[in-house]
Ligand binder design. Structure first.
Ligand code: SAM
Length: 196
């Protein structure tokens, strides 16, 4: 890529992130409908109401996640904390969940929900999934629900996951994919599509 091309790309990337930031900072999730559709009654019983109403994910990947007691787990884009809290119950007090989000509002919601659930093994972490603020090989398991599709540079996110995971570490994702031919170019290039 030429220098000019790289600069244009960086501006585009920053613009997309700002759109995503504004969209999620303004989100007023206060309905149980999504969580009740995605999660089992056993899972819902472990959650404070605020985490249930704040669910913004696209699936229930924790049904397939093999979370071991004592794991250091990282939740990329924790939102209001629904998966962080479920995972923290699984890791138990000998493990911990690093709840990462780039919005302080979301980290506050996750911290409040974890306190309400009586969990002491949740650590909020402000950061961007494209540049994880963690050392190499420091995490056993990464989970993420509906977040990687929002990143302008998905390959960078996956490279960061590979960097911070310990050898043999696990990655459990629920996310959206779209084949370019399924959507017209004016939709694929529309800024609001990134957040929507
Ligand atoms: C669709 S919500 C999903 C929240 C949560 N995983 C859930 O299932 O309810 C996306 C979340 O990812 C965060 N997010 C989006 N892009 C991010 C980025 N580049 N770095 C960190 N967090 C990001 C948003 O602030 C928001 O909390």
């Amino acid at each position: 890529m030429t220098e000019t091309g790289a600069a244009r790309d960086l501006m585009h990337s920053a613009e997309i992130k700002e759109i995503v930031r504004s969209a999620y900072a303004a989100v007023d999730a206060s309905s149980e409908t999504l969580a009740r559709k995605l999660y089992s009654s056993e899972q819902l019983a472990q959650l404070p109401q605020s985490a249930i109403e704040g669910a913004l994910g696209v699936g229930n990947h924790l049904r397939h996640a093999e979370i071991d007691t004592g794991e250091t787990l990282l939740d990329l884009g924790c939102g209001a904390g629904i998966d962080t809290i479920l995972a923290a119950h699984h890791t138990g007090p000998t493990g911990r969940v690093l709840a990462l989000d780039f919005l302080p509002e979301m980290l506050e919601r996750t911290s409040a929900a974890a306190a309400e659930a009586g969990l002491t093994n949740v650590e909020p972490l402000k950061g961007d999934i494209e540049a994880l603020p963690l050392p190499d090989a420091s995490v056993d398991h990464i989970i993420s629900n509906g977040v990687i599709n929002l990143a302008p540079r998905k390959a960078r996110v996956l490279a960061e996951c590979a960097r911070v995971l310990r050898p043999g570490g696990k990655l459990t994702l629920a996310d959206l994919t779209v084949a370019e031919e399924e959507l017209p170019p004016e939709i694929l290039t529309h800024p609001a599509t990134w957040a929507g």
